[in-house]
Design a protein around this ligand. Structure first.
Ligand SMILES: Nc1ncnc2c1ncn2[C@@H]1O[C@H](COP(=O)(O)OP(=O)(O)OP(=O)(O)O)[C@@H](O)[C@H]1O
Length: 346
């Protein structure tokens, strides 16, 4: 998608609000009428958004939301301009259906795996894969969004982030967060799509206990009984507790569960396409409504300490039953990304 955002544009409506405090809204360029999404953060959080822009601007893939640019706004906030995904988040899609059938799960999982294979091939880790951070494009296919927890895979220094219910064991222990952690989170996202809920929902809101379980026991997220043997085998490849034994995203693309979708048989994507209008201009945008016209397991103490540091204050514990309240944890920012984009394989 080659577009540039001009000086004058109009805010149309709110698309989402993230746990990081950023607001995402739909906007239209006043001259070209092109629609785009704006992720806006207050001056205090601007550096995190600029870092996200630096990392995203290296990426060019149909399976990753494109970054169009960014700028300081007059009110001191920072605004990141993104390709608009009219289908909203995968989490919303899952919530509105109370879970998806296996055919739909397969199609979206193939898109997310392709996005991850691309991102990992570009030397990066997404760091916060979950339904809320996957958006649906105009063609009904999924794209990775929200690179706020991303990092260069080879970056020095500890950077552990993400959403507790989707954390891999090594991340829950605060040890490392490489591409394999994204693959675990992909498995968790498949469980989320199939069940309509984040994994580990049986833990009754006790995030510390759940993080302990993820990090220090042999437990893996529960897989719905009704899923096919192929799907269960796919999930086994994602949810291997030992990071080094887990399948890579590239390997998963060849797994029979995804292979049919990768080869082009994507019934859900076709069906999805007919479910919404994909506005391309300000005129079409009337469809979306306008809200503003202005611009702009070992119970040892090390485990407890690590988990405590990851899980934040007890007062900030997430609502275990809903993805809504999950806290995002991000530590130690790394250096800005290279300016050169990594070519997409697709
Ligand atoms: N490009 C986009 N097109 C359409 N909707 C989007 C787009 N980007 C984000 N959204 C919507 O805004 C929501 C929040 O966006 P995003 O995840 O980037 O913010 P965040 O503050 O980093 O969130 P969190 O920290 O909770 O993961 C998404 O869940 C999605 O519903």
């Amino acid at each position: 998608m080659a577009m540039a955002v001009g000086k004058q544009w109009t805010r149309l409506r709110t698309l989402g609000r993230g746990g990081s405090g950023a607001e995402v809204f739909l906007a239209a360029d006043d001259v070209s009428g092109q629609l785009f999404a704006v992720k806006s953060a207050t001056a205090a959080c601007a550096s995190a958004l600029k870092r996200e822009e630096g990392l995203m601007s290296c990426l060019r893939s149909p399976r990753v939301v494109s970054c169009i640019g960014g700028r300081d706004a007059r009110d001191g906030s920072y605004q990141l301009f993104l390709e608009f995904a009219p289908g909203g988040s995968l989490a919303d899609r899952v919530a509105s259906n109370g879970g998806l059938d296996e055919c739909a799960v397969r199609g979206y999982a193939a898109d997310v795996a392709a996005g991850l294979a691309y991102v990992h091939g570009a030397g990066m880790v997404h760091g916060d894969v979950k339904g809320r951070n996957v958006v649906i494009g105009a063609d009904g296919r999924a794209k990775l969004a929200d690179f706020g927890c991303s990092k260069k895979a080879a970056a020095d220094g500890p950077i552990i982030g993400g959403t507790p219910a989707f954390m891999a064991p090594e991340v829950a222990r605060g040890e490392e967060q490489g591409p394999a952690a994204d693959v675990w989170a992909l498995g968790c996202t498949v469980v989320e799509m199939a069940t309509g809920r984040a994994p580990w929902t049986g833990m009754d809101g006790n995030a510390l206990a759940a993080l302990h379980r993820i990090g220090y026991t042999e437990a893996v997220p529960e897989v719905p009984e009704w899923m096919s043997a192929e799907a269960k085998d796919f999930l086994r490849g994602c949810l291997i507790r030992q990071a080094s034994g887990r399948c890579t995203a590239e390997q998963l693309l060849k797994h029979p569960f995804l292979a049919a979708a990768v080869d082009g048989a994507k019934p859900q994507a076709v069906e999805s396409k007919s479910k919404w209008v994909s506005p391309k201009s300000t005129l079409d945008a009337a469809f979306w409504g306008s809200e503003s016209d202005t611009e702009e397991a070992e119970h040892d103490s090390t485990a407890e300490r690590r988990i405590g540091a990851l899980a934040c204050p007890a007062s900030a514990l997430p609502d275990w039953d809903s993805d809504e309240g999950w806290i995002d944890v991000l530590s130690a920012p790394t250096e800005a990304a290279d300016a050169d984009a990594v070519p997409a394989k697709e």
